[in-house]
Design a protein around this ligand. Structure first.
Ligand SMILES: O=C(O)CCc1cccc(O)c1
Length: 507
């Protein structure tokens, strides 16, 4: 579907927030800000959602964020749910893992979904808010970063204009024009390997699990990754090696032969999408540059293994938007935005570290690294101690430096419900108190978690909510609007709760 090009903005236009880039991260940020009541201008040089399935693996934390934004059920309904991965060496299983080995969560470890579905739902949700001005085919061609915002020169089919953004969110991807125009170095490691993505449509039945092969008989000496997507589409990533000729490898007949070797001659399939990629792990030194703030691939880049690219970007938006809304509402000083760098730079470092280690394992750089990898894989078949060393990608998790509210089943008015649906969904800080009624507090939503039924409480019938939040009776946990833990305190004393709220807002 093509969206109509928007007309140029009016002369001398100023917008409180401009999001540059209408991909997954830009759309998520625009929706999050609009849900907080902010007007957003969203600029995208294209006139359609992403081509090809792209970032297909949506991690539990990302699904929780989309749950907070009102889209979680769509991911569950359409996406392919999976928790388990299997790793094979040649034709034998070396290792398997369960990413969510416990019950009682609304969202699974992962949902696989073509990125274009997610983007289409985000476009629709942004439009429905009436607060996001989606401007398709608006290309930023110059940017000047000033103390009072960013001045953007924009080209459109209907003419050119300039737009003053009081705040600019640069979500314009790995090749970010804004990053390059501001001359910001984007440094890191280049991996000398090539991969082929083949999305194929087939009725073949594999389990809905992540399957990864080292040195399989159908693609000797290289690795292969298999994921199921909706609509009978399967994502296959073939490692090709650095010497592979990308043009030759793109030839559909050649791809067809590789897929046929994998699926077997009797399996019918169609090729839906082909892409060849190499990758880098790199990041900006800082993500906030005054009033221009970088998110997603514009700020940091990883390899696909571990699915930390798209998920990391959505988590950037989650971290930034409540801060920006609080600053624009005059509830917090601008310094609150420095917390974005303080949290998302180490988060990006963690993602880069995992991604680099996985890539080093998958693509050994020398004979010693290859010997280590082969020994680990061989041992892992029957020695449990070796299994944690098998690294086919450590799959996306929230940044380890902070605690996100855990989900748990609860009953509300005797109806099954989920704890996380009550934390941050109204855009505010939330105090969850166990078995003690907290005082009414300005700017804070309070939730009572009870061990026995009562009309003003969520009933923790399984005990999982209190256990996962680590709350004893009389204790409370204060969560930020992005569901991150801000403080643990006694439930009924107002002063320390208000002080923790002030601290979390940088006041
Ligand atoms: O399973 C993984 O480690 C990631 C799968 C993935 C995600 C995005 C692109 C891609 O080619 C593979």
């Amino acid at each position: 579907m093509r969206f109509p090009a928007a007309p140029p903005g009016p002369p001398g236009e100023t917008a409180p927030v401009v999001v540059a880039g209408g991909g997954l991260v830009g759309l998520t940020a625009a929706l999050d800000l609009a849900r907080r009541g902010l007007r957003v201008v969203l600029l995208d040089e294209d006139d359609q959602v992403s081509e090809g399935s792209r970032a297909i693996c949506f991690a539990k934390r990302t699904l929780e964020i989309y749950g907070r934004l009102g889209l979680g059920q769509r991911f569950l309904d359409k996406g392919i749910t999976w928790n388990r991965g299997r790793v094979f060496r040649q034709d034998r299983e070396a290792y398997s893992f369960d990413l969510l080995p416990e019950q009682g969560h609304e969202y699974p470890a992962f949902v696989n979904l073509q990125q274009y579905y997610a983007e289409q739902w985000l476009v629709e949700a942004c439009a429905a808010t009436g607060l996001v001005d989606l401007r398709w085919r608006h290309r930023v061609v110059a940017v000047e970063n000033r103390p009072d915002g960013a001045r953007l020169a924009i080209e459109t089919p209907g003419g050119n204009y300039t737009l003053h953004a009081r705040w600019l969110l640069a979500c314009d991807g790995a090749r970010s024009f804004i990053r390059r125009a501001l001359g910001l170095p984007f440094e890191g490691q280049v991996f000398r390997d090539r991969f082929l993505i083949a999305d194929v449509t087939t009725k073949a039945e594999f389990p809905t699990e992540r399957w990864f092969w080292f040195d399989p008989p159908f693609h000797p000496g290289q690795s292969v990754l298999l994921h199921r997507q909706p609509d009978d589409v399967w994502r296959i990533d073939f490692q090709l090696g650095w010497d592979a000729d990308p043009e030759a490898e793109r030839d559909p007949e050649r791809v067809r032969a590789r897929v046929a070797a994998m699926l077997g001659p009797e399996v019918a399939f169609e090729i839906a999408w082909i892409s060849i990629y190499t990758f880098r792990c790199r990041r900006l030194e800082r993500f906030r540059h005054g009033r221009t703030i970088f998110l997603g691939d514009a700020a940091h880049q990883v390899s696909p293994f571990g699915a930390r690219g798209g998920n990391g970007g959505v988590q950037d938006a989650d971290n930034l938007c409540w801060r920006l809304a609080a600053v624009l509402a005059g509830e917090a000083p601008e310094a609150l935005l420095d917390g974005y760098d303080a949290e998302r730079i180490p988060a990006a470092e963690e993602n880069i570290l995992h991604s680099t280690r996985a890539t080093d394992f998958i693509t050994p750089k020398n004979a010693a690294a290859a010997a280590y990898r082969d020994a680990v894989l061989e041992l892992a078949e029957d020695q449990a101690f070796a299994r944690p060393f098998v690294n086919s990608g450590r799959l996306s998790r929230p940044w380890s430096g902070q605690e996100v509210a855990a989900d748990a089943p609860v009953l509300r008015d005797n109806t099954p419900d989920w704890l996380l649906r009550h934390i941050g969904t109204d855009g505010r800080f939330t105090l969850v108190a166990r078995d003690a009624v907290p005082p009414a507090l300005p700017g804070i939503t309070t939730i009572l978690l009870a061990d026995a039924p009562r009309s003003d409480a969520l009933l923790d019938h399984s005990g999982l909510a209190a256990a996962r939040l680590g709350l004893a009776p009389g204790e409370a946990a204060l969560f930020r609007p992005d569901q991150v833990l801000a403080a643990r305190l006694p439930a009924t004393v107002a002063a320390p709760i208000l002080a923790a709220h002030d601290r979390a807002l940088g006041r």
